[in-house]
Design a protein around this ligand. Structure first.
Ligand SMILES: C[S@@+](CC[C@H](N)C(=O)[O-])C[C@H]1O[C@@H](n2cnc3c(N)ncnc32)[C@H](O)[C@@H]1O
Length: 340
């Protein structure tokens, strides 16, 4: 099944779909740096293009995409995220309609869209679903918790699928599995001091000021800034607003959501369970279910953006598998009907 991956980033979604047997014909993103990383990891063509500033017709003509069976994508989600308090005016939100424009033009049998949970409380999501239905798609969506799909991370994402008539079946049959723990995912990686590098791609420890390290040392597993003596807490510290600030991961639990800010302890629960530093990009990539063979940018800040923005490949693989299985059942039933 051929798939076009829009807003592809480095291709966490593409990677999972490839693992499920899809043939990714191209990934498209306007960020040259992520496309460089996409191209290092996929045989599919990575295309640098601003999807908002071209029409699907012009895009198809310029890049000669042709027929595809599926269109997938993760249109940017910052405008919908809780951190931005559902800023419905954020113009990036309108990229969900750009995604719909491409689905309408390519008219695939299936589409798959990933977004943050905030989309469920934005009225534009209803408009979007209606638009897909008007195009003749049967549409279903689900708020998925990654820990239920074999991923060591409490990440929630809304997955929307469209097909001619089996979307609910696709989502109902995405296979589930208990998640591994943080220890299962990263316990075997080489120990690194603050700022230390290793031979392994992206396993480079972020640098911290010595006063930051002093704070980190005092936070136990599962704890956060609230566990620090008052003299170590930020003056502005408010446990309600800064929950998980300086949080330390626990070996025997899944991780909290890996965001693009995981190199900074103050941004969330990103401190290694034992070592007194924030996660390396490779540790974060493992918590996102990327294999070690997937190479990220050598610049750890660029790598943190690539990893934090990605769809966990394992989640994409499971959804992709379900599409493949439901598609073959539909085809077999249709063929049976013809034979009868
Ligand atoms: C959430 S990330 C996608 C992650 C990707 N699905 C993955 O699994 O790795 C959204 C991507 O949309 C890209 N993007 C934002 N605006 C765009 C535009 N106008 N045209 C093309 N790409 C855009 C960003 O550069 C970013 O890489």
């Amino acid at each position: 099944m051929k798939v076009l991956d829009l807003f592809c980033g480095v291709g966490g979604l593409s990677y999972g779909l490839e693992e499920a047997g899809f043939d990714v014909v191209a990934g498209v993103d306007h960020d040259e740096d992520v496309i460089e990383t996409f191209n290092e990891n996929h045989s599919a063509r990575g295309i640098v293009a601003d999807l908002k500033n071209t029409t699907p017709e012009d895009f198809d003509e310029e890049y000669n995409i042709g027929d595809v069976d599926s269109v997938s994508g993760g249109p940017p989600c910052q405008g919908f995220s809780n951190a931005n308090m559902n800023n419905g005016d954020d113009e990036r939100n309108n990229l969900i309609f750009t995604f719909a424009d491409y689905v309408e033009y390519f008219d695939p049998d299936y589409f798959l869209m990933e977004n943050v949970v905030g989309i469920l409380s934005d009225s534009r999501y209803e408009d979007l679903l209606q638009r897909f239905e008007d195009m003749g798609y049967d549409v279903a969506y689900e708020n998925m918790l990654a820990t239920e799909y074999g991923i060591p991370q409490k990440r929630r994402r809304v997955i929307t699928v469209g097909s001619r008539d089996i979307s609910k079946e696709i989502l109902d049959h995405v296979s589930t599995k208990d998640s591994p723990t943080v220890k299962d995912a990263i316990g075997d990686l080489p120990v690194l001091e603050v700022g230390e590098d290793s031979d392994m791609n992206a396993h480079t420890a972020p640098n911290h000021r010595s006063d930051t390290v002093e704070k980190i040392k005092r936070v136990p597993q599962g704890g956060d800034m609230g566990d620090l003596p008052e003299e170590y807490q930020l003056k502005s510290y408010d446990p309600e607003r800064h929950s998980c600030c300086y949080g330390r991961l626990e070996w025997d639990e899944p991780a909290d959501t890996i965001t693009t800010g995981f190199l900074r302890n103050g941004s969330g629960r990103f401190t290694h369970p034992e070592q007194h530093r924030a996660l390396t990009p490779r540790e974060a990539a493992r918590l996102q279910s990327f294999p070690d063979s997937f190479k990220f940018s050598e610049d750890i800040y660029q790598a943190s953006k690539e990893i934090g923005n990605a769809v966990p490949p394992e989640l994409a693989r499971r959804i992709g598998n379900s599409i493949q299985i439901q598609d073959s059942i539909t085809t077999a039933v249709q063929n049976q009907g013809i034979a009868d």
